[in-house]
Design a protein around this ligand. Sequence first.
Ligand code: DO4
Ligand code: MG
Length: 294
Amino acid sequence: IIRFLNENNLPTLAVLTDADQVYQLRFANFIELVQKADQQNTTPFVLVQSVIQESAPLNADFDDLHLLVPIEAPEVWASGVTYERSKDARNYESTGGKLDVTTFYDKVYDAERPEIFFKSTSARTVGPNDSVYLRSDSHWQIPEPELGVVINKEGKILGYTIGNDMSSRDIEGENPLYLPQAKIWKNSCAIGPAIRLVETVEDPYKFEIVCRIFRNGEKVVEGSASTGQLKRKLDELVSYLVRDNVIFDGTVLLTGTCIIPPNEFTLEDGDRIEIEIPGIGVLNNPVKAQAPVM
Ligand code: DO4
Ligand code: MG
């Protein structure tokens, strides 16, 4: 499921088929699609299939569409240290590479309670091809490519998307109490390009995640991982998010990163980040520096 701006500049919901054909969905947004399916005692997938059977595809090339965030998520939350690779990278940045200490990260990786933190609001979250911003007071910044789950207010997983949990490694490494500043700033989160309906995914622990970073047109970083390496189950993460909380329809929970660029790498103005999850799409975002605020 995607959203794009139509020729009258109106946000439009649509379905993108495996054959790259686009069919307009006459629902205001993804949540309305899910609710309409519920009211008709059917599923979003069946409802979308009936639209495909009963209408004609748009006369537009998917690559030419002005894509928007697939959902205006009121809140984006994120899970942390859900992969061993994330634990190791955070141990490195917080201890300067010492191997003989047990850190907060070791403890949370093994604890029953996962790390769940507030990441973004719809005003701070950008969609495909929009710029993610760099902090002006950090010298070590990276994208965190993550599988995102889209949930309703009861914590039911409705679909999967791609997320970028932009992070400042020097600010987080200096002191874990700085986490909100290492994670939240203007345009520090991207989601998209699509939501893959939950019922169309046989096994969410078989997603491959690929991240590529380009500088001056050249690929300078490439890494890949599989959600099969996740330490925790997706339902387990969601259950901690919704526990004693108020959660809104269309909330996105990012599920942690397993791809960390080499330690000497930091993002620069003009870079381009590509995060691909085959079966969901490619989330492409240029990187832009912000002017320092005095
Ligand atoms: O522990 C801090 C954040 C962890 C995180 O964002 C991740 O593991 O993806
Ligand atoms: Mg992360």
